[in-house]
Ligand binder design. Sequence first.
Ligand code: DAH
Length: 324
Amino acid sequence: MKELREEFYGKLKDVKSVSDLDRLKAEFLGKKGKITARLRSLKDLPPMERRIWGKVLNDLKKELERVIREKREELLDELPSQDPTLPGTPWTYEVGALHPIKVVGGEILRVLENMGFEIGEGPEVETDENNFTLLNIPEWHPARDMQQSLYLDNGMLLRTHTSPFQIRYMSTHSPPLKAATFGKVFRADEFDATHSPVFHQIEGFAVDRNISLSSLKWVLEQIVKALFGEGSKVKFVPSYFPFTEPSMEVAVWYRGEWLEMLGCGMIHPQVLRNVGIDPDVWSGYAFGIGVERFAMVKYGIEDIRHFYENDKRFLDQFRYDRWI
Ligand code: DAH
């Protein structure tokens, strides 16, 4: 018994790692270990001896178990705090995520980018000229009503739509052109289920020789199919905007119904003239997409206010890390 004990302590000195320790433990205390085997052979001894040797062996067993436990803790304490061989663990903290408006807007922009549209930006504070006059929105137009437009003290206003991006882009670039923008727009509307004083639009347009309504329809179809699936389709419904002629609303066939989704048309010749483009040589199309409207239809969201209240239970449904 003494030899066995000495053998154990001799070998313990050579233990350098947890796996060395596991091996040593198996050698003495494992199923076929030295102590285990002796404990098993106790049954062959006469009762008196069995009792004595049983106690000695069991005491030794307990001692070795305790020493091994202590040695294991010592070894684990020595491990470097960053052990690259440990298995991976899931995130223990929460990361941020894209807002659903950013997700849907990004999807639309990606389709446009892939079709060669240059993505640009315009300011949220605009001149009356860019927001209205040059877009052929005359003085008497109801969109100019103080009720809807938010004017600043200096006579400028918060843009009511992203269409002034057309004016800015066309007056600084020469055709052929193809560009789009994504941003906030502002209207003096009260909050309700379908209205918000701030919302998002994507404006896209192209100017070239021989641009036709069918190019416009094709581009919109690509967007709609990317967002609502291959089974969706679009149709034009006649409408009116001062900056397009003809003007259309686009209705999208989705989940068994036609939903009016966005405004578009052929850029009005007067708008082209306003930015120095000859409408006898060039023509163009334009469209304006309400991003909230797209997101609401796509995800079946019935109240626009969900987008701005930042209720984590709502936002969490759009986390990319939940999708993978
Ligand atoms: N600017 C329009 C609005 O905010 C949307 C729009 C309609 C944009 C037709 C366009 C267009 O470019 O061609 O209601």
